[in-house]
Unconditional design. Structure first.
Length: 399
């Protein structure tokens, strides 16, 4: 699939922007801070309804505006559709398909697929477990949009359960009513958590082989990339074993919650569930975090995203269903060998969006239209060009 047109209204640094895109490579060139990443972030948001840079929607809206709008023209083979997302901080976001009536934003999930890699994704390796959990949950939603509400349902119940535990702790007394209410929240949390866990475990089973292959191809290393899922819930399965069904996971999580009631009452917080799990990444026998070199860290983060791309490709054999692949400010950080290998690995994407501060950072293999981005007094501005290749782009950007 590919986008032929992207329109932004009051999004980030853009009051209004219209960008024409083509299948194959599209390269956005401009100095740091002019708004290149805002464009590819908008493409990713149109697909996943989450930003890779911020956890809330407010920063996505242009300063002084109350709403941002992203519109895209999506092509899949000989079919085309339009998708519009209204971003309304503090309110419900809305989606409209083919200029139809706005509906809840979740109805727009699955119409566009994308995989985005940016320098921020190094946090997948060195950051908090919450970042790796979000990576898994976002991939689950791309594969199965119907599970888009699973994590939000879980988070809602978790918030209520934690409030009960916290209030009881502060009151200094635990009543029979507290115990009854906790049992109700146990059931709801276990039911919602089982859906989250089941989705993650299925994704992890699909991720194992593509991750190993992608890392080996990128780094040309003898070290094998792998992972283990560290759960607070005793699991009979994992990425190399049979995955428990939702009912089995529900029962396991419920039992674990009940076994920790005393600890939770003392601490005032929920101690078991998918919100406390982690994805432990390894190179050979050693953990990546704290032991990998800078180059290995970059390669592992890239390999995770390339493996995600491979999973989405395998999920739908239609060659026109391949996700839009986005590489944001990546090539400047890679040596010549990794640049060339990454370009080769990305070459089968139906559409590839690449950003760079300097056109010369882009490998020759990624010849395609150059889109120049500049920053002016009233916001970022996009300039479409027809040039291809680094040399042509350098000439056009010259004074």
């Amino acid at each position: 699939m590919f986008l032929s047109h992207l329109s932004l209204t009051q999004y980030r640094s853009y009051q209004q922007a219209d960008v024409s895109l083509v299948p194959g490579p599209n390269v956005l060139v401009g100095s740091n801070g002019v708004g290149k990443t805002n464009i590819v972030e908008a493409v990713g948001y149109l697909a996943t309804q989450v930003s890779h840079r911020v956890s809330t929607d407010s920063p996505l809206v242009h300063f002084g505006a109350s709403q941002a709008i992203i519109r895209g023209r999506i092509h899949r083979g000989d079919r085309a559709m339009s998708l519009e997302l209204e971003i309304n901080p503090g309110k419900s976001n809305r989606a409209a398909v083919n200029r139809g009536a706005p509906q809840r934003a979740r109805e727009g999930l699955g119409l566009l697929r994308s995989v985005l890699f940016a320098p921020e994704d190094l946090a997948l390796i060195n950051g908090d477990p919450s970042i790796r959990r979000r990576f898994l949950d976002d991939l689950v939603v791309q594969l199965r949009p119907a599970l888009g509400d699973a994590r939000s349902d879980y988070d809602r119940v978790l918030k209520q359960r934690n409030a009960l535990l916290k209030n009881a702790k502060h009151s200094g007394r635990w009543t029979e009513e507290h115990g009854h209410t906790l049992g109700v929240w146990d059931e709801h949390l276990a039911r919602a958590g089982a859906r989250v866990l089941n989705g993650r475990l299925h994704v992890l089973k699909m991720l194992a082989h593509p991750l190993t292959e992608s890392y080996t191809a990128l780094a040309e290393s003898v070290k094998t990339a792998g992972f283990s899922y560290e759960s607070t819930v005793p699991l009979a399965g994992g990425q190399h074993q049979e995955i428990p069904d939702e009912q089995a996971l529900h029962e396991a999580l419920l039992a674990e919650l009940e076994s920790r009631h005393r600890q939770e009452r003392d601490r005032g917080v929920t101690l078991a569930g998918p919100h406390r799990d982690d994805l432990a990444l390894t190179l050979g026998p050693a953990p990546v975090k704290g032991f990998a070199s800078h180059g290995e860290t970059w390669s592992m983060a890239l390999a995770l995203k390339l493996a995600s791309y491979r999973i989405l490709v395998a999920d739908d054999p239609d060659p026109h269903a391949r996700p839009v692949l986005i590489l944001d400010d990546v090539f400047a950080e890679l040596d010549a060998g990794r640049r060339s290998r990454l370009a080769e690995l990305a070459s089968d994407a139906e559409q590839l969006l690449v950003t760079a501060a300097v056109a010369a950072d882009i490998p020759d293999e990624l010849a395609g239209p150059r889109i120049s981005v500049t920053l002016e007094d009233d916001g970022s501005v996009v300039h479409q060009t027809e040039s291809t290749g680094p040399a042509a782009a350098e000439t056009e950007d010259s004074p």
